[in-house]
Design a protein around this ligand. Structure first.
Ligand code: TYM
Length: 336
């Protein structure tokens, strides 16, 4: 169901402003967003309300939000083309989020592996109810924009599946209201793993920085991280995620950076050393112009804020119409 004429598919995807963006975010998601903005009607949110599930230090979130905005424009999102906005600037997210909490079941939320992982990691810490109901807010983020496609990394698959289930359940109960979105993942880079612990995904919440390549890392630091990447002792270069996770991760990163398939890359190496060095060089090369633009953009914070205000206005125009349609279809009493 769509209430506006839209000649091209609508895409929506979001990222949390928790810490510096890493190579997994870039290869798994952001790079696809940049390409997608020219083929689709693109909406991209900086989801600060989601970050509240794990944020307890005052005064940090606003700065991270602005830095993330600079990063998104630096990687190539064009504010004239894509709609880039901050989630809390569009109040309809929280409003539809509640409707989604009432549409998803406790059992469905209990099966989310991200909740299990994150709550286990925070064992001795505070585990908020928001961390548990997070996928309901994520479903709202997506459904508010009538998104046809959601470009994300592999780790978000379960959250997109639950969004589809919830959309179909709602449409079944209250009539055609939401577009049921589909997940889009990249050919290479959908699951970048930690260079020190190659069976775990590269993640902002890892214990050590040695296995994470940040978008703003200096070239020397990047090369060092690749040089020290954990591999295995059998010495054979082969793409095999299950048996050779470390080597396969390096192959996939190099493939993603040079637009080749992992199999093509694997065929070109017989030793780990050159593979590590070339993967590191390829990453340095791809990140250099991004870092340069990031620092330029951070020099004009007022302009960044202006771009985000424009983005929020465009986002609200779509989101408010969807929320109104939702309330109408449920049959809630209108204030007018
Ligand atoms: P977040 O902020 O953790 O990550 C942002 C994007 O980066 C991808 N990603 C990865 N891809 C490949 N390898 C990795 N190691 C890796 N780590 C992260 C993620 O898949 C994601 O696409 N819940 C979401 C944010 C969100 C969202 C949404 C996404 C909120 N609402 C609506 C899409 C649509 C999250 O925490 O992503």
């Amino acid at each position: 169901m769509r209430r506006y004429p839209c000649p091209v598919p609508r895409v929506l995807s979001c990222i949390q402003p928790t810490g510096v963006v890493h190579l997994g975010n870039y290869l798994g998601a952001l790079r696809n967003w940049v390409v997608g903005q020219h083929e689709c009607d693109a909406f991209h949110g900086i989801v600060d309300l989601h970050a509240l599930t794990v944020t307890d230090r005052p005064g940090v979130l606003g700065t991270s939000t602005l830095e993330l905005a600079a990063t998104l424009f630096a990687v190539g999102l064009d504010p004239e083309v894509a709609t880039v906005f901050v989630q809390s600037h569009v109040p309809e997210h929280a409003q539809l989020g509640w409707v989604m909490e009432c549409t998803v079941s406790y059992g469905e939320l209990s099966r989310m592996t991200q909740f299990k992982d994150k709550s286990a990691k925070r064992e001795a810490d505070f585990v908020s109810a928001g961390l548990f109901t997070y996928p309901a807010l994520q479903a709202a983020d997506i459904l508010l924009y009538d998104a046809d496609e959601v470009p994300v990394g592999e780790d978000q698959r379960q959250h997109i599946e639950i969004t589809r289930d919830v959309a179909m359940r709602f449409n079944g109960r209250f009539g055609d209201t939401f577009v049921v979105p589909k997940i889009v993942t990249p050919r290479a880079g959908a699951k970048v793993t930690d260079l020190q612990e190659p069976t775990a995904k590269m993640s902002k919440s890892s214990n050590t920085d040695a296995g994470i390549v940040y978008l703003l890392d200096e070239p020397a630091a990047i090369l060092k991280k690749f040089k020290r990447a954990v591999t295995d002792s059998d010495g054979e270069v082969r793409f095999d995620r299950a048996e050779k996770p470390g080597v396969s991760n390096l192959i996939e990163i190099l493939a993603a950076c040079t637009s080749r398939t992992p199999q093509q890359v694997a065929g070109e190496y017989t030793q780990y050393g050159p593979l590590k060095a070339d993967a590191g060089e390829a990453v340095v090369e791809i990140l250099a112009p991004i870092q340069h633009r990031y620092h330029e953009l951070m020099g004009d914070k007022a302009e960044l804020s202006r771009l985000l205000r424009t983005g929020a206005e465009k986002a609200r125009a779509v989101a408010s119409a969807t929320l109104e349609r939702t309330y109408t279809n449920i049959g809630m009493l209108s204030p007018e």
